[in-house]
Ligand binder design. Structure first.
Ligand code: GLA
Length: 388
């Protein structure tokens, strides 16, 4: 039998790929596949996701493990673009809302999957006082400052370095935020490292250093739907939040300063409840910060979400003191996202580990001020499993 030239080419290219995959010393940038000695197969690849109007290329990294989990993260906003997670039958599905192309993120994204900073959530009247000086920030939510301002960390380009270890693959992102950016004091060096582990955890580690005192509050802003993105709403998901208290808000979603018991209110998720069960009793839907039950700085369970049909379970662990629960109230069907799916109200939920909103103006909330010489460190883990 004659071997067709086409199959010869295929054979040759497979051999080359295998050789490159095995030679760990300098894997090619575009395909960083590896099989670490003895460890489970993990892969890491890099592509160009698109170009900004000014011409800069935006890269996207795909992390995959052998359990059917895959995470795609781009350098624009250090944004999680897709997260594929297996269901109880081993079928993987993308469970985060977002866009298939970069243009979608530039056109219409309510922080889908983004890294949010310098200060996630709201700062009242877009100002705060620090060491006797008043700082004015960009007002981008009525009179208030939201999620870092007009061009927050979700809209900047991060420098990426792929990382491969025995039990995880990841990407280390760094960004330099100059003194005065969006009104904040101090040059801030910030890094965010995403890691996908062999046992279905997506870990995010944040670090930062400043040369002047500045508020800082970094978070991750994925919209999850454990049915699969674009497949109905999240009102049937069973949610547990490990918090006996929350911070009530005024009409502009600014905390009143009160720290209130959840017991006897529709905010009580200390035992699992369907998200939709009492949502009608909450004006506008859930968009509140919970005060997590924990020792200061401890990495502990913040929330657990279970979607019975798929059997998917997501647990969140964090070192942060708070968790913003947002039930996708502002989604209104005007955004068409991945795979042409439309995103109506409550088609995704966010659970954002963070410090409390408006902390720079609330002396009774844990401090968010980073001092020169100190190192900001924060960790969040999204851990996936199934229940049959
Ligand atoms: C956060 C806020 C919400 C909303 C979304 C983005 O979760 O708490 O009020 O601004 O981000 O739309």
């Amino acid at each position: 039998m004659v071997t067709k030239p086409h199959s010869l080419v295929c054979l040759l290219s497979s051999l080359i790929t295998l050789f490159l995959a095995l030679s760990c010393s300098s894997p090619p940038e575009e395909n960083l596949s590896l099989k670490s000695s003895g460890g489970p197969a993990m892969s890491l690849t890099k592509e160009i996701f698109g170009y900004l109007p000014e011409g800069q290329a935006i890269e996207i990294y795909t992390l995959a493990n052998s359990q059917g989990m895959k995470a795609k993260i781009m350098t624009y906003g250090a944004t999680l673009v897709a997260l594929e997670v297996p269901d109880k039958n081993g079928v993987s599905e993308d469970i985060t809302l977002g866009h298939d192309h970069l243009e979608g993120y530039l056109k219409a994204s309510p922080y889908f999957g983004a890294t949010v900073g310098r200060y996630a959530n709201r700062i009242a009247q877009a100002q705060f006082q620090l060491n006797g000086q008043t700082y004015h920030l960009a007002a981008n939510d009525g009179p208030n400052h939201l999620h870092g301002g007009l061009k927050g960390f979700d809209k900047v380009i991060w420098q990426a370095t792929p990382v491969k270890e025995k039990d995880w693959v990841g990407v280390h992102f760094s960004y330099f935020s100059p003194d005065g950016e969006e009104g904040y004091p101090g040059n801030l060096k910030v890094t965010v490292t995403y890691q996908l582990t062999s046992d279905n955890q997506l870990k995010i580690l944040y670090e930062a250093e400043t040369d002047k005192p500045t508020p800082i509050n970094l978070t991750h802003h994925s919209y999850f739907n454990l049915h699969g993105q674009g497949k109905g709403n999240i009102l049937d998901h069973l949610l547990m939040i490990n918090a006996d208290y929350f911070t009530p808000v005024d009409k502009q979603l600014i905390p009143t300063g009160e720290i209130k018991l959840v017991k006897g209110t529709p905010w009580d998720f200390t035992s699992p409840h369907p998200i939709g069960q009492r949502i009608q009793e909450v004006p506008g839907g859930y968009d509140h910060n919970y005060v997590l039950n924990k020792e200061e700085g401890e990495l502990s369970l913040a929330a657990r979400v279970f979607e019975p049909q798929s059997g998917r379970i997501m647990e969140i662990y964090t070192t942060e003191p708070g968790l913003q629960f947002y039930s996708g109230n502002f989604l209104d069907g005007s955004i068409t996202g991945k795979a042409g799916r439309v995103y109506p109200k409550h088609s995704g939920f966010c659970l954002e580990p963070q410090h409390f909103p408006n902390s720079p103006n609330q002396p009774n909330f844990p401090s968010t001020i980073l001092q020169p010489g100190e190192k900001y460190k924060s960790q969040t883990i999204f851990k996936f499993s199934v229940q049959k």
